[in-house]
Design a protein around this ligand. Structure first.
Ligand code: NAD
Ligand code: MG
Length: 390
C-alpha cells in the first residue's frame, strides 16, 4: 500500500485527488488530510478514507473537528504548525494543494521525508523555487508538477534532452474577460471574475485567471521547475484550453500536450508516474472540436505578464514580494475594497517599492526570509491600497 497525504484536501485540487484515490482504495493508506473551515467535508473524507490524521488550519475549529470525528479512530489537530507537522509523517506521495504562500512550509517538510511531492501549489516555486529544488535534491525527494501546463511540459520532455529545448509555450484561456472591451474591465465585479470559461477551479485561481496573475505565476513556475531562461518561455492565448503547453526543440519540432480540461489528468499522471494508468477523463473528439484557436495575449489587458518578466529579471526574493502583494490585492478585490484593475496596479507599486531594497531582495532564500518578505509586502500592499480604495 502506498502511503499518501493530501494537503488542501477540501479544495478543488484536493477533491479531485481524493476522487482518484477513492477509485482504488486498496492501493492507498491515507496518512494526513488537511483543510480549512469546511470541517464537515474534511471529517467526512477522513472518515471515509480511514485517514490517520485530519488537520484544520484554524485553531478555533479543533473542537468541531474532534466532535465530527469522534469514534472514527482518526487523530485530529489544528493550526498552521500542526499542518507542517503532519507533513513530517512519512508518506510515499504527498499532494501539495493548499492555496497560497501557506503551502510552502508543509511542502518543504514533506520533501525532507524524501518521498514524492505532487506540486499543485505553484506559489511554493514562485516564492522559494531554489529552496524547494535544493531540498528535493538534498533529501532524494522528487517533485512532480500538477499544474496542467507544467504536467504537459513534463510529459513532452520524457526521453528528451533539456539542452535541445529551444522554447516552452504555455497556453492561457484568457479567463473571464478575454473578450471584454478594455474600458469595461475597471468595473468588473467579483461574480463576473469568478466564472471561468473552461476550468472548474477554486475561486482565487479563477480570478487569477481573469487577471492572468495565474499565468504570471506559471511563467515563473516554469522557470524555476525546468530551469529554462525567461526569454525562452512564451505565453499564448488559447481559448479552448485543450492544448496545455508545447515544448519547442532545436530542430523546430513542437511537442504539444492535448487533453480535456480536467485536472484529474495532471493529478493522475503525478499519482501513477512513471506509469500511465486509466483515468476518468473525457476523450477528445477532435473532429467534433474542429478548430483550435491561438492568439497573442494583449499586454494592456494582462499587465501581470509584464510583471512576471520583471520578477524573473530581478530574481532573489522578488517572487515572494510578487506573490504576497498579489494575494493581498486579491483578498481586497474579493472583499470589494478595490477594483479589478487595481490588483495589478497595487502589485506593481509594491514590486517597484521593494525591488530596490537589495539588502532584502538579494538575501538568502530561506523559509524565514520568505516569510519576512511576504509580511513586508502585504503591509506595503495595504498602504498602496489605501490610496486606491473604492
Ligand atoms: P481551493 O481554494 O479550492 O482549495 C485550497 C485548499 O487549501 C483548501 O483545502 C483550503 O482549506 C486550504 N487552505 C486555504 N488556505 C489555507 C491556509 N492558510 N493554510 C492551510 N490550508 C489552507 O484551491 P485550488 O483551486 O484547489 O488550488 C490549490 C492549489 O493548486 C493552488 O496553489 C492553485 O494555484 C493550484 N492549482 C489549482 C488548479 C485547479 O484546477 N483548481 C489548477 C492548477 C493549479
Ligand atoms: Mg495552470
Amino acid at each position: 500500500m502506498r502511503r499518501v497525504s493530501v494537503f488542501g484536501a477540501t479544495g478543488s485540487i484536493g477533491q479531485n485527488t481524493l476522487d482518484l484515490i477513492r477509485r482504488a482504495p486498496s492501493e492507498y493508506q491515507v496518512v494526513a488530510l488537511t483543510g480549512g473551515r469546511n470541517i464537515a467535508k474534511l471529517a467526512a473524507d477522513a472518515r471515509a478514507l480511514k485517514a490517520e490524521l485530519a488537520v484544520t488550519a484554524h485553531d478555533d475549529l479543533l473542537d468541531d473537528l474532534r466532535k465530527a470525528l469522534a469514534g472514527s479512530g482518526v487523530a485530529v489537530a489544528a493550526g498552521q504548525a500542526a499542518i507542517t507537522e503532519a507533513a513530517a509523517r512519512p508518506a510515499d506521495w504527498t499532494m501539495s494543494a493548499i492555496i497560497g504562500a501557506a503551502g510552502l512550509a508543509p511542502g518543504m517538510e514533506a520533501l525532507k521525508q524524501g518521498g514524492t511531492l505532487a506540486l499543485a501549489n505553484k506559489e511554493s516555486l514562485v516564492t522559494a523555487g531554489p529552496l524547494l529544488m535544493a531540498a528535493a535534491a538534498a533529501h532524494d525527494a522528487r517533485i512532480l508538477p500538477v499544474d496542467s501546463e507544467h504536467s504537459a511540459i513534463f510529459q513532452a520532455l520524457v526521453g528528451e534532452d533539456l539542452a535541445a529545448v529551444e522554447r516552452i509555450i504555455i497556453t492561457a484561456s484568457g479567463g473571464a474577460f478575454r473578450d471584454w472591451p478594455l474600458e469595461k474591465l475597471a468595473r468588473a465585479t467579483l461574480a463576473e471574475a469568478s466564472c471561468h470559461p473552461n476550468w472548474d477551479m477554486g475561486q482565487r485561481i479563477t480570478i487569477d485567471s481573469a487577471s492572468m496573475f495565474n499565468k504570471a505565476l506559471e511563467v515563473i513556475e516554469t522557470r524555476e521547475f525546468f530551469g529554462v531562461a525567461p526569454d525562452r518561455i512564451e505565453v499564448i492565448l488559447h481559448p479552448e484550453s485543450l492544448v496545455h503547453a508545447l515544448v519547442g526543440f532545436r530542430d523546430g519540432a513542437l511537442m504539444a500536450h492535448v487533453g480535456a480540461s480536467d485536472m484529474r489528468h495532471a493529478i493522475g499522471y503525478a499519482l501513477h508516474w512513471p506509469e500511465r494508468r486509466d483515468l476518468p477523463v473525457a476523450r477528445l473528439d477532435l473532429a467534433a472540436i474542429g478548430t483550435l484557436n491561438f492568439r497573442a495575449p494583449d499586454p494592456d489587458r494582462y499587465p501581470a505578464l509584464r510583471l512576471a518578466r520583471d520578477v524573473m529579471r530581478r530574481g532573489g526574493l522578488s517572487g515572494a514580494v510578487f506573490n504576497a502583494a498579489k494575494e493581498r490585492a486579491l483578498d481586497a478585490f474579493i472583499a470589494g475594497e478595490i477594483g479589478f484593475q487595481d490588483m495589478s496596479a497595487v502589485v506593481e507599486d509594491v514590486l517597484t517599492a521593494m525591488s530596490s531594497d537589495s539588502g532584502l531582495i538579494d538575501g538568502e532564500i530561506t523559509l524565514d526570509t520568505v516569510a519576512h518578505v511576504d509580511h513586508l509586502a502585504r503591509i506595503r500592499a495595504d498602504e498602496a491600497m489605501q490610496v486606491r480604495a473604492v
